[in-house]
Write a protein that binds this ligand. Structure first.
Ligand SMILES: [Zn+2]
Ligand SMILES: [Zn+2]
Length: 331
């Protein structure tokens, strides 16, 4: 049997790091294709300027990666999909295993690729448990080399996290059968106050240095991720911003009707949404440009989901809904 031992001398370590980075970048983008003059990557859904990679099957795995030229972030880490490995910020919605199981694996993959430690933002009540799970993995591996000290950061609902390029993420409470929270991503825009427009740059620099507030700042709700939730969240939103984002990523765990069963009640009992509830409340989503539906039950095939949604969604929703079925197609 062929065995390989990695040399740890300075030179080989350097080349190992370079090659693993190159490998990672190549893998992340190797599936990209040119399609009709547009760049397309398998599994990615295009929502305006955002690419959304929504790997999600109810009860099994959910991990959603959002990226644009200025943003790269993951929501939930039920499975550390390759697309998530580059994400330095991961936001966890709740403690069900299909949303958290991949956290240590995500950290280990980043370590393998010589990436810096990610920040895992978790609902405050989960912090100690998540840390103890990570500790368990360290004990099993008999080394602290890979997982080290994980950056598991408690995040109350209504708390804010700043990300690069003027983005901020705010947590908000959702309605599930366990305590859970979703996330709103905002983009901050700075504009010169009208009274300073036309002033030379060096004068503005001086004013700025003197602490004069020369900008008007507006914060635009860009994107919302709900994780698992019931329709109650949208009927009674914690903030109007939730229904005014450009991109909404939410769930439709159940979509069918079984004879003799009230499927909406069944969905509600399990803390989820039924497609029929989204249809009934279509008007709530009128201001949203793109809606990604995810977390479909494993009992539905991709074809069944496509057919049923195309029949049941009204035109106003059909044109803006994208279906996260990639995990079903690849597994
Ligand atoms: Zn789930
Ligand atoms: Zn759940």
């Amino acid at each position: 049997m062929l065995t390989y031992t990695r040399c740890l001398c300075r030179m080989h370590n350097y080349f190992f790091k370079q090659s693993t980075r190159a490998y990672q970048i190549q893998k992340l983008y190797s599936k990209s294709k040119k399609s009709g003059g547009k760049r397309r990557m398998d599994g990615w859904l295009q929502c305006g300027k955002y690419g959304v990679f929504a790997w999600s099957i109810s009860g099994l795995e959910t991990c959603v990666v959002v990226k644009s030229d200025e943003l790269l972030v993951a929501f939930d880490i039920g499975y550390a999909v390759r697309e998530s490995v580059g994400c330095k910020h991961v936001f966890i919605s709740h403690g069900h295993i299909d949303h958290v199981a991949g956290l240590p694996h995500h950290a280990a993959k980043r370590s393998l690729y010589s990436m810096s430690k990610a920040q895992y933002h978790v609902p405050t009540h989960l912090m100690e448990q998540m840390k103890s799970v990570a500790e368990g993995y360290k004990v099993m591996a008999e080394t602290t080399e890979v997982l080290g000290q994980l950056n598991i950061i408690p995040l109350d609902d209504n708390a804010t996290v700043w990300l690069p390029n003027g983005h901020l993420v705010k947590a908000f409470p959702t309605v599930h059968r366990v305590k859970s929270q979703g996330y709103l991503v905002y983009k901050e825009h700075k504009k010169l106050k009208p009274k300073f427009v036309g002033k030379p740059g060096h004068e503005l620099a001086v004013l700025n240095k003197q602490g004069v507030d020369i900008h008007d700042i507006t914060t635009v709700p860009e994107l919302a991720y709900t994780g698992d939730t019931m329709m109650d969240l949208f009927l009674n939103p914690p903030t109007p911003d939730l229904l005014n984002v450009k991109v909404l990523i939410t769930e439709a765990t159940y979509i069918d009707n079984e004879p003799g069963k009230d499927m909406i009640q069944l969905a509600r009992k399990r803390g989820h949404q039924h497609l029929a509830e989204i249809v009934q409340n279509a008007d709530l989503f009128k201001n949203i440009q793109h809606i990604v539906l995810m977390h479909f039950s494993d009992k539905y095939s991709t074809e069944y989901i496509r057919t049923l949604t195309s029949v049941q969604l009204p035109p106003s929703l059909r044109e803006k809904v994208l279906l996260a079925t990639w995990a079903k197609e690849r597994s």
